[in-house]
Design a protein around this ligand. Structure first.
Ligand code: HEC
Ligand code: HEC
Ligand code: HEC
Ligand code: HEC
Ligand code: HEC
Length: 187
C-alpha cells in the first residue's frame, strides 16, 4: 500500500489537467441542466396530478369530454342510490361493438367481454367502511358531479381533487344547512 503511494506522485495542479478538470466541470453542469430540463418537460406533459393507472386506459376526457357522453349513461345508479356505480362491459359494448374495434386497447376490452372476464378497475375514491355516503341525496339537492369530483371531463385518468376527510364533508353540510349529526355519516 505505502509502496504504491510512493510510486504514484501527486497530480500537478497546473497545465492541461486543470483545464481538463474545468472542462469536465462545465460538461457536468451542462448535463445536469439538460436532465433538469427534461424533468421539467416530463412534468409539463405528464403532471404529477395524473391519477392511478387502470388495466385498460379508459379516458374520461375522450368519452365525457370530447364525445360528450353523459355521466349518467355509465354511472346509472348515481341519481337513484347510494353508489354511482362502475359500468359493466355491456355498457362499453353498446358502442365498441362497432367503434374502433381494431384499436389494441379496445381489442383487449372486447376480449374481456367475450371471455366474460370483468376488467378489474382500480378504485380511486374509497371511503372507510365506517362512513356512509349517498349520491342520490346530494344530486337531488342539485350538486353537480364536479362539485366533489372536479373537472372529470378533462381527465384522462381520474384524480381526486381533494381527499374526502371528515372536515370537508362537515364544512359543506354546515354551509348548506344540512345535518352534521355524527350518526348520519357514522351509522
Ligand atoms: C356512447 C359510446 C361509447 C361508449 C358507451 C364507450 N365508448 Fe369508448 N370510445 C367511444 C368513442 C366515440 C371513442 C373515440 C373513437 C375515436 O377516437 O375515433 C372511444 C374510444 C375509446 C378508447 C380508445 C381511445 C382512448 O384514448 O380512450 C378506449 C380504450 C375506450 N373507448 C374504452 C371504452 C370503455 C372501457 C368503455 C366502457 C366503460 C367505453 N369505451 C364506452 C365511444 C364509446
Ligand atoms: C363511457 C362510460 C363512462 C362515462 C360517460 C363516464 N364514466 Fe366515469 N367511469 C367509467 C369507468 C369505466 C370508470 C372506472 C375506470 C376509471 O376510474 O377510469 C369510471 C370511474 C369514475 C370515477 C372514479 C371512480 C372511483 O374509482 O372512485 C369517477 C369519480 C367518475 N367516473 C365520474 C364520472 C363523471 C363525473 C362523468 C361525467 C362527466 C363520468 N364519470 C362519465 C365510465 C364512464
Ligand atoms: C357531494 C359529493 C359528491 C357528488 C356531488 C358526487 N360524488 Fe361521486 N363520490 C363521492 C364520494 C364521497 C365517493 C366515495 C364513496 C365511497 O367510497 O363510499 C364517490 C364515489 C364515486 C364513484 C365510485 C363508485 C361509487 O359509486 O362509489 C363514482 C363512479 C362516482 N362517485 C361518480 C359520480 C358521478 C357520475 C357524479 C354525478 C352524477 C357524482 N359522483 C357526484 C362524492 C360525490
Ligand atoms: C357540496 C356539499 C356537500 C358535500 C361536499 C358533502 N355533502 Fe353530504 N349533504 C349535503 C347536503 C346539502 C345534504 C342534505 C341533502 C338533503 O337532505 O336534501 C347532504 C346529505 C348527506 C347525507 C344524508 C343525510 C340524511 O339526512 O340522511 C349523508 C349521509 C351525507 N350527506 C354524507 C356526506 C359525506 C360522508 C360527505 C363527504 C364524503 C358529504 N356528505 C359531503 C352537502 C354536502
Ligand atoms: C358529513 C359526514 C360526517 C359527519 C357528520 C361526521 N363524520 Fe366522522 N368522518 C367522516 C369521514 C368522511 C371520515 C373519514 C375521514 C378519513 O378517511 O380520514 C370520518 C372519520 C371519523 C373518525 C375516524 C378518525 C379519523 O379522524 O380518522 C371518527 C372517530 C369520527 N369520524 C367521529 C365523528 C364524530 C364523533 C362525529 C359527530 C360529532 C362525526 N364523526 C361526524 C364523515 C363525517
Amino acid at each position: 500500500m505505502s509502496a504504491e503511494q510512493a510510486t504514484n506522485p501527486p497530480t500537478p495542479r497546473s497545465g492541461p489537467s486543470r483545464r481538463l478538470r474545468r472542462a469536465a466541470a462545465w460538461t457536468g453542469a451542462g448535463s445536469l441542466l439538460l436532465v433538469l430540463g427534461m424533468v421539467l418537460l416530463c412534468y409539463f406533459y405528464y403532471p404529477a396530478g395524473l391519477g392511478k393507472e387502470q388495466p385498460i386506459p379508459f379516458s374520461h376526457r375522450v368519452h365525457a369530454g370530447d364525445k360528450e357522453i353523459s355521466c349518467l349513461m355509465c354511472h346509472t345508479t348515481a341519481t337513484g342510490g347510494a353508489r354511482a356505480g362502475i359500468p359493466p362491459l355491456e355498457t362499453c359494448m353498446l358502442c365498441h361493438r362497432r367503434i374502433i374495434i381494431t384499436y389494441p386497447k379496445v381489442k383487449e376490452l372486447r376480449e374481456h367481454y367475450f371471455a366474460g372476464r370483468p376488467v378489474p378497475w382500480v378504485r380511486v375514491n374509497d371511503l372507510p367502511d365506517y362512513v356512509y355516503f349517498d349520491h342520490s341525496m346530494h344530486l337531488l339537492r342539485g350538486f353537480d358531479c364536479g362539485k366533489c369530483h372536479g373537472d372529470v371531463k378533462g381527465m384522462d385518468r381520474i384524480v381526486q381533487p381533494q381527499e374526502f376527510k371528515m372536515g370537508y364533508c362537515v364544512q359543506c353540510h354546515r354551509d348548506n344547512g344540512a345535518s352534521h349529526d355524527c350518526t348520519i355519516c357514522h351509522r
